[in-house]
Design a protein around this ligand. Structure first.
Ligand SMILES: [Zn+2]
Length: 302
């Protein structure tokens, strides 16, 4: 069954039609910064064009969005990086415009679903996906489906406390993983350590050149990540853990992953631990995961 996946991001809207586990159509446009109505108009125009041109019968639509979702009503409560996007009834509006069932999914959960079925965790019975970019997010897939939890908060590994009393996080708590190991946290700590503005890519450049300060900062972040993964292993016991995001891909690569793996094993001594793998789908994970999320909806309606 073919489904349409839409990945709504702060800077771009990407979409694709997934048919028999293959993307048969892709398109993208810049995200309008002028309010929810313009975002709707762009999404609907892109989606209609996709339905016309994909060459397959699309049965349902999935949308991956940043920020919290009210799953019962198909409402996006807010999207952190999209201006004026609050309490938006995205699901019902798209259903009305496109005449197809629409499923919303958190963007990190969508990526988790994509990596589980078609990426680095394919074949596993359960997997945890963790993305380390500007922030840190994640999603848990069990039995082929995203495990949302009672309040839609499962997999928010970025906000587990790893350093009590540590730096203040965007969520208001102190010492969250995101506050000490995200791209934003690394750039903040590097700028302080070098007493000049240092971006995350610049820090990783110095890390590859084995600059002592960079080794300490990046090593620290890898340590906190490993610590959080060890906790996640004991809580959820996933078969595979997939790491994605800019810090893993553009920044540290396999060498960084090896440091995280070392810390992970150290904090889980005596326990069996998941295979830790690098995400395979990259930017496509959002679109593919949204399309996979829609498959359940299409089955129900057909
Ligand atoms: Zn937090």
């Amino acid at each position: 069954m073919a489904t349409l996946g839409i990945d709504l991001g702060g800077t771009k809207i990407a979409l694709g039609v997934l048919d028999k586990d293959r993307l048969v159509y892709s398109a993208r446009a810049a995200t309008p910064q002028s309010g929810a109505e313009d975002v709707f108009a762009t999404m609907i125009a892109l989606a209609r064009e996709a339905l016309d041109r994909a060459g397959v019968l699309v049965r349902a639509v999935g949308v991956g969005t940043p920020g919290p979702i009210d799953f019962a009503t198909g409402t996006v409560r807010f999207a952190p990086n999209i201006p004026h996007f609050q309490d938006v009834p995205l699901g019902p509006r798209l259903e009305e415009a496109l005449g197809l069932p629409v499923v919303l999914e958190n963007d990190a959960n969508a990526a988790a679903l994509a990596e589980h079925h078609l990426g680095a965790a394919r074949g596993a019975a359960s997997s945890l996906f963790v993305t380390v970019s500007t922030g840190i997010g994640g999603g848990l897939v069990v039995g082929g489906r995203v495990w949302h939890g009672a309040f839609g908060q499962t997999g928010e590994l970025g906000h587990v406390t790893v350093l009590p009393g540590g730096p203040v996080c965007g969520c208001g708590n102190r010492g969250c993983l995101e506050a000490v190991a995200s791209g934003r946290a690394l750039a903040r700590d590097a700028s302080y350590a070098y007493a000049e503005a240092v971006t995350t890519p610049q820090l990783f450049e110095r890390w590859r050149a084995r600059d002592p300060k960079a080794l300490e900062l990046v090593g620290g972040a890898a340590g906190y990540l490993g610590q959080a993964l060890a906790d996640a292993q004991k809580l959820f016991d996933p078969e595979v853990i997939v790491l994605g995001g800019g810090v893993v891909h553009g920044g540290g690569g396999e060498a960084f992953l090896a440091e995280v793996r070392r810390a992970f094993a150290e904090h889980a001594r005596g326990w069996r631990i998941a295979a830790l793998r690098r995400a395979e789908l990259g930017e496509r994970a959002g679109v593919v995961g949204a399309a996979l999320a829609a498959q359940g909806a299409g089955e129900r309606s057909s």
